[in-house]
Design a protein. Structure first.
Length: 123
């Protein structure tokens, strides 16, 4: 059973998450953006924190059921997948619109030189 880790043990639960002396850090800008999107949508009332926690727990349980290791290396990929499913389920964005946005970001990422920020329209 997947549960959310109490804050006092959270750092020990995902040892592969990158961290500095003050705690976990983001490995890439997209991770910070995915984190910020979830917080922003919650703050705007798009979903409750319980709904978010349940969506993330469900995604992590599905990952475990597929036999993927739970070492934290893909944590924000799971975070983003949970967010995509939650906004689709809440009809904040349609499945077609989400697929179109994913394709736009993929095209922009492929057209962006290494080390440069990815910007939509950069395809």
């Amino acid at each position: 059973m997947t549960t959310l880790t109490p804050p006092e043990r959270a750092l020990d639960a995902l040892p592969a998450l990158p961290r500095d002396a003050e705690g976990p850090v983001f490995q890439a800008p997209w991770q910070a953006q995915a984190f910020a999107m979830a917080l922003s949508l919650h703050e705007r009332g798009a979903f409750t924190w319980r709904e978010w926690a349940d969506a993330l727990a469900s995604e992590l349980a599905a990952t475990a059921a597929r036999g993927e290791p739970d070492d934290g290396t893909r944590y924000y990929e799971h975070w983003l997948a949970a967010l995509e499913k939650l906004v689709a389920r809440k009809k904040i964005i349609t499945g077609n619109e989400l697929a179109r946005r994913v394709d736009e970001w993929d095209a922009a990422a492929r057209a962006t030189p290494h080390g440069k920020p990815i910007e939509l329209g950069n395809a």
